[in-house]
Design a protein around this ligand. Structure first.
Ligand code: ZN
Length: 385
C-alpha cells in the first residue's frame, strides 16, 4: 500500500479533521488503482494519493545520530489517552485506592473521552458480563458457555456485508479480553491482610495492550477489602484492580498464566510480543528497530483493512447510480474520536519494559550466573561471588 510510506516518515501527530466523504460516482469504483508513475499527470480526485517519485529524500532520519539505517524508534500516539481507569494512578505503586479520593480526582482530572466505536461494544460486553447474566456459580456467559477470556470478534468481511453503509469505525472492530479471576477461583486473599476480597465494580474504561498488529482491550474489575483501612481516610475503602500484579501473584499459577499482558504505567504489551522482543534483543536487534518493526506491522494491518474497505465499495456497482457515499479512512495517527486511537510504543518504552522484567527476575538471573562454570575468566567475574 502506498499510504504506509507516508506514515513511516511522519514524526508528529497532525490530523484531527473530520473525515471527508467520497462518492463512488466521483471516483469510479471499478477503476483500477492508479499505479505510481511520475510521467503521467495525477488525476484530480484520488482516494489514495500517488507516490511522488520526484520527491526529495526525507532528510529527517539522516540527521539522527545513529544514522539513517538505525530506525527512529519514536513509537506513535499517546499512552495515556485511553486504557486508563477512573483515577489514572499507577498500577504498581498506588493501587490501594480510597474511593472518595478517587472520585475527587476523577472530577479534577478531565479524561479524554473514549470514542464511541470502542465505548459501545465495551458497554455491551460489560452488561453481558454483569450480575444479571451470571450463572449460579457467578460465572459470566463468556466463561461458562464459551470457555474463553476473549469475546468473539466478527471477521471484517461479515462486518462489511452486514452493514448497508459500513464506516471505517465499524471495521476498527476492537478485541476485548475479560479479566475477572474472582469468578474463577472464588477466593482471592487481600494482599495486605489476607482477608477475602469482594468484587466492587467494573473498571469504567478498558486497558489497552499492544499486540503484534492490533491492540487488545482488557476489561477489568475492582476488588474491595472490607477489613483494610485506608491510611489517609481511615475508611475501609481499599480496592485493587483485577490486573494488579499483587492480585495476579495470589492466583493459582494456571489461572494467572492466562493473563495476556505485561502492564506499564497506563498501557501494556502482550506477553507474546514481549517474548518475541526478548528474542530480538538477544539476537542483535535493538529497541529502535523493534519499535519500528512493530509500527510497520500495525500500519500494514491498518492498510489492509483500508484496502478491504475500498475493495468492498468498489464491488458495489449500483452505488454509482444511487449516489451512495462512504466515509473515507482516516490516517493511522489521527487522534480524533473517529480515528483508530493508535498507540505504538517507543524504543524507550520497550527498553523500560525489558528492564522491568530483568529487575523482576534479577535474583534468578544472578543465581543462574553463579551456577555457571568460569571457563573463561578474561573479564571481571566478581559478580559471581
Ligand atoms: Zn485487606
Amino acid at each position: 500500500m502506498p499510504g504506509s510510506h507516508s506514515f513511516l516518515k511522519r514524526k508528529s501527530v497532525t490530523s484531527s479533521t473530520l473525515p471527508t466523504l467520497f462518492s463512488p460516482s466521483a471516483q469510479p469504483p471499478s477503476a483500477p488503482p492508479v499505479l505510481p508513475n511520475s510521467s503521467a499527470p495525477s488525476p484530480a480526485h484520488t482516494i489514495i494519493p500517488n507516490i511522488d517519485q520526484e520527491r526529495a529524500i526525507d532528510q529527517e532520519d539522516d540527521n539522527d545520530e545513529d544514522g539513517p539505517m538505525e530506525g527512529s524508534g519514536d513509537g506513535l500516539g499517546d499512552e495515556d489517552d485511553a486504557g486508563d481507569d477512573e483515577d489514572g494512578e499507577d498500577d504498581k505503586e498506588d493501587v490501594e485506592e480510597d474511593e472518595d479520593q478517587s472520585k475527587t480526582r476523577q472530577k479534577a482530572r478531565k479524561a479524554r473521552p473514549l470514542p464511541s466505536w470502542l465505548l459501545e461494544p465495551f458497554r455491551i460486553h460489560v452488561e453481558q458480563s454483569g450480575a444479571a447474566h451470571r450463572d449460579a456459580n457467578g460465572l459470566p456467559p463468556l466463561y461458562s458457555r464459551h470457555s474463553t477470556f476473549y469475546f468473539p470478534q466478527p471477521a471484517v468481511f461479515f462486518l462489511l456485508a452486514n452493514h448497508t453503509t459500513p464506516s471505517p469505525q465499524t471495521l476498527y472492530n476492537p478485541r476485548f479480553f475479560l479479566w475477572d479471576p474472582l469468578a474463577l477461583c472464588k477466593l482471592i486473599p487481600c494482599p495486605k491482610c489476607r482477608c477475602p476480597l469482594n468484587r466492587h465494580n467494573v473498571i469504567p474504561t478498558p486497558r489497552r495492550v499492544v499486540d503484534f498488529d492490533s491492540p487488545i482491550w482488557i476489561i477489568g474489575y475492582r476488588y474491595r477489602c472490607h477489613h483494610c483501612l485506608h491510611p489517609k481516610s481511615g475508611k475501609n475503602t481499599v480496592t485493587f484492580r483485577s490486573w494488579d500484579p499483587r492480585i495476579l501473584n495470589n492466583l493459582p499459577p494456571a489461572l494467572a498464566t492466562e493473563f495476556p499482558a505485561m502492564l506499564s504505567h497506563r498501557s501494556g504489551m502482550a506477553k507474546g510480543v514481549f517474548s518475541f522482543m526478548r528474542l530480538c534483543f538477544q539476537n542483535g536487534m535493538g529497541a529502535k528497530q523493534f519499535s519500528d518493526a512493530l509500527r510497520v506491522q500495525h500500519l500494514l494491518s491498518y492498510d489492509n483493512l483500508h484496502l478491504q474497505y475500498l475493495d468492498f465499495i468498489a464491488a458495489r456497482h449500483l452505488d454509482r447510480w444511487t449516489g451512495q457515499q462512504y466515509a473515507a479512512f482516516l490516517p493511522f495517527d489521527d487522534i480524533s474520536l473517529l480515528g483508530p486511537r493508535a498507540f505504538l510504543p517507543s524504543a524507550q518504552w520497550l527498553r523500560d519494559r525489558y528492564d522491568d522484567f530483568i529487575e523482576e527476575h534479577r535474583l534468578e538471573l544472578n543465581q543462574q550466573m553463579a551456577l555457571l562454570t568460569a571457563e573463561v575468566c578474561a573479564i571481571d567475574h566478581s559478580h559471581k561471588v
